[in-house]
Design a binder for this molecule. Structure first.
Ligand code: NAP
Ligand code: MG
Length: 401
């Protein structure tokens, strides 16, 4: 069989630990035999990030801007323990944070649904995609622990020196204060990424805040979304028959639980942090969550939502067998290849991505799966495979469908 040709390279960001092992297996078993794979390779493994003073992360993000599509392996975000383990020069920042800042992107996370893995919410028959605004609010806060009696004020000093003051509270005793902010620029980028992705995936977009209580802060989010929608996206939404609607966050959670899924739920930073964990858990398993970073200009970086699966890697290093689920990482590749195929007009690549995803799903539905999936599957006699044999089983399915 002739291999599928590519015209534009994918930006390939390699990563760390167990996912780095899976990465190579996926390429060897599922991609290279079928595709004349064209990638621009960036090694974001922690050792190489350290050697390049993290320049490689910046370069990979710049390359993503240039080519438009990237696929990323999970990477270690260094902490104190990693400093010693990898003898790091510095506690390098999270690669995802660095890439997100350069691309000004929003992260969309969606579960992969498979028969036999039943969501805790039984009416969720389609995936719910969570879009989390990843800038500001409580994640960039300033806090004071108030020791005792006194007055707290919010002060804004304009460039010309004019002050605007608002009383926060007259403290009678000890307490706490928190200052948070956001910017119109960041909220607008978030809104554009959400509207664009809704059009791209032909799904409704929901957005919710607490604007009834927060009449300036949250209300600004609501207004910016509405203004951008009306001015730039309304016609396209109507043409596609999809809907944008805003509602109060309380109403949104109730509707989400009663829904059948199949839409994008845009969340402010904190809501997105919490709700994405809730939604992922309710759908069954972190190892079945996909993630894509989308910039307002339409640049895409695909990855799995889970981390490097450190515990499995240490087992692997000891020569023990692992049963790590590679599906979300495979879907990162298929997402990126499909997008590349769409952009370059290569239908074979789009079809390949669709077929490989069907092969993953069918393999599990046929009862062959990794350990963590077998624990939540309704399949009566699952065949539990090790990391490599599972990928090989997917290849067998692929060759027969
Ligand atoms: P993790 O790698 O997501 O793994 C947490 C646990 O979830 C694992 O120990 C495993 O449970 C289970 N799990 C996750 N993915 C799995 C898979 N594909 N197959 C089977 N089981 C899976 O999170 P972590 O251990 O907290 O973090 C490890 C490293 O990943 C950290 O250095 C962190 O910085 C990094 N990280 C990177 C990203 C990213 O690059 N996007 C995201 C999150 C974390 P059992 O051990 O019980 O089997
Ligand atoms: Mg969280």
């Amino acid at each position: 069989m002739e291999k599928i040709k590519m015209t534009t390279p994918l930006v390939e960001m390699d990563g760390d630990e167990m996912t780095r092992i899976l990465w190579q297996m996926i390429k060897d078993e599922l991609l290279l035999p079928y595709i004349d794979l064209k990638t621009e390779y960036y090694d974001l493994g922690l050792e190489h990030r350290n050697e390049t003073n993290d320049q490689v992360t910046v370069d990979s993000a710049e390359a993503t801007k240039k080519y438009g599509v990237a696929v990323k392996c999970a990477t270690i975000t260094p902490n104190a323990a990693r400093m010693t383990e990898y003898n790091l020069k510095e506690m390098w920042k999270s690669p995802n944070g660095t890439i997100r800042a350069i691309l000004d992107g929003t992260v969309f996370r969606a579960p992969i649904l498979i028969k036999g893995i039943v969501p805790y919410v039984k009416n969720w028959t389609k995936p719910i995609t969570i879009a989390r605004h990843a800038y500001g609010d409580v994640y960039k806060n300033t806090e004071i622990k108030v020791p005792g009696k006194g007055k707290a004020e919010l002060v804004f000093t304009a460039e010309d020196g004019t002050e605007t003051r608002e009383l926060i509270h007259n403290f009678e005793g000890a307490g706490i204060i928190q200052g948070i902010h956001n910017t119109e620029k960041s909220i607008s980028s978030f809104a554009r990424a959400c509207f664009g992705y809704a059009i791209d995936t032909k799904q409704d977009l929901w957005f919710a805040t607490k604007d009834t209580i927060s009449k300036k802060y949250d209300h600004t989010f609501k207004d910016i979304f509405q203004e951008i929608y009306d001015a730039e996206y309304k016609d396209k939404f109507e043409e596609l028959g999809i809907e944008y609607f805003y509602t109060l966050i309380d109403d949104a959670v109730a509707r989400v639980i009663r829904s059948e899924g199949g839409f994008i739920w845009a969340c402010k930073n904190y809501d997105g942090d919490v709700m994405s964990d809730m939604v992922a858990t309710a759908y069954g398993d972190l190892s079945m969550m996909t993630s894509v970073l989308v910039s307002p200009s339409g640049v895409y970086e695909y990855e799995a939502a889970h981390g490097t699966v450190q515990r499995h890697y240490y087992k692997h290093l000891k020569g023990e067998e692992t049963s790590t689920n590679s599906i979300a990482t495979i879907f990162a590749w298929t997402g990126a290849l499909r997008k590349r195929g769409e952009l370059d007009g290569i239908t074979e690549l789009v079809d390949f991505a669709d077929k490989l995803e069907r092969a993953c799903i069918k393999t599990v539905e046929d009862g062959k799966m990794t350990k963590s999936l077998s624990l939540i599957s309704t399949c009566e006699k699952p065949v539990i495979l090790n990391s490599l044999d599972f990928i090989k089983a997917i290849r067998e399915t692929f060759d027969t469908i």
